[in-house]
Design a protein around this ligand. Structure first.
Ligand code: UT7
Length: 325
């Protein structure tokens, strides 16, 4: 039994913010951001917007593309690092707004690798015969958790959501190989010090700005290429597929320099790599499904194409899925 993607959808906030606009409030410049990251714009939620509503829109679009209704969904998996509330999970709000009744739902936290982990779990759920269709959503509202006075992080991220509907199919189609990995020795490369149960929010933690995301950028940067490479090669091996057979690679969209180095070291032609980080910035767990949806809708990725999704993120988690559309 296999599981294949039968519909994709994405949603971005309305407000598009340029580097020049950010440079008006943070000590940075368009030139620095473009040279170091390739990012030119990002989409940010407005003050009154509810983050999970983006996820609901992405799910609706994926269902519509698949020609399915909410009643057809057997499981909802929401990959997100920063939920709407710490309890309950964002999946409860997404399920509520979609009108799911009795359908199981859960959040999955695996940093920027969350969507890849979620897709693999959804495929395993279907393969185990537990359901026929799983909606997998990658969703983040990073603008609400970055420190807007910290130029080392705030310029890098954007908000967004991307979803796929995974449906039972034959074993020759859909997900063909998976590799999920982790390196917990790097757990603090990306972290939010306070607000969890280890260090609950207090006046002191808020004053020390410990409820904002912190990142050791160069440590993450150095790890990114080898980790994505290892995961991709393992997933291709599991799929009995060579790099040459892959039509499209969708790496996590964190930084154009990371994507370029990844493609160069693996000898992958840039025309086969999907890149949108220049426009949407790093949307963490949403980055791969947003890029996938763009490439499906503009006709680059077509039925029958072999695609590899590969990511790394907080944890450190990393992983890849090789599939046939
Ligand atoms: O999704 C997974 C999570 N994140 C990532 O994947 C991010 C991975 N890391 C990166 O993309 C890069 O490490 C960054 C883009 C974050 C930083 O690039 P870098 O080339 O590693 O720069 P750096 O951190 O070594 O900083 C170089 C200089 C520093 O100044 P000094 O100490 O040399 O005077 C920074 O203070 O650039 C400064 N700087 C900035 N300057 C202007 C850092 N951020 C900015 C900024 N604008 N926004």
């Amino acid at each position: 039994m296999g599981a294949r993607i039968v519909g994709t959808g994405a949603a971005l906030p309305q407000r598009c913010v340029s580097n020049a606009e950010l440079a008006g409030s943070v000590d940075t410049s368009d030139a620095w951001i473009v040279q170091r990251t390739g990012i030119r714009t990002r989409y940010l939620l407005g003050e009154g917007e509810t983050p999970s509503s983006l996820g609901v829109t992405a799910c609706r679009r994926a269902l519509e593309a698949a020609g399915r209704r909410t009643e057809d969904v057997d499981l909802l998996v929401v990959a997100t690092t920063f939920p709407d509330m710490t309890c309950p999970g964002t999946s409860a709000f997404v399920a509520q707004d979609l009108g799911l009744e009795g359908t199981p739902f859960f959040d999955l936290t695996a940093g920027c690798t969350g969507f890849v982990y979620g897709l693999a779990m959804a495929g395993a759920y279907i393969a185990a015969g537990l359901g026929e269709r799983v909606l997998v959503l990658g969703f983040e509202a990073l603008s609400r958790v970055v420190d807007w006075s910290d130029r080392r992080t705030c310029v890098l991220f954007g908000d967004g959501a991307g979803a796929v509907l995974l449906e039972r199919g034959s074993s020759e189609e859909g997900i063909l190989g998976v590799s999920l990995r982790g390196d917990p020795s790097k757990a603090l490369l990306l972290h939010t010090p306070a607000g969890g149960t280890r260090r609950p929010a207090s006046h002191a933690t808020v004053e020390a700005r410990e409820h904002f995301l912190r990142m050791e950028g160069s440590g993450v940067f150095r790890s990114a290429v080898p980790l994505m490479r290892e995961a991709m090669d393992r997933a291709l091996h599991a799929a009995s597929m060579s790099r040459e057979e892959v039509d499209w690679i969708i790496p996590h969209q964190a930084n154009v320099r990371i994507i370029d180095a990844f493609a160069d070291r693996l000898g992958l032609p840039r025309e086969r790599v999907v890149i949108n980080v220049d426009r949407v910035a790093n949307t963490s767990a949403a980055s791969i499904p947003i890029a996938l949806d763009e490439a499906v809708r503009d006709g680059r990725i077509r039925p029958g194409h072999a695609v590899v999704l590969t990511a790394f993120g907080a944890g450190v988690t990393y992983g890849a899925v090789a599939l046939r559309m």
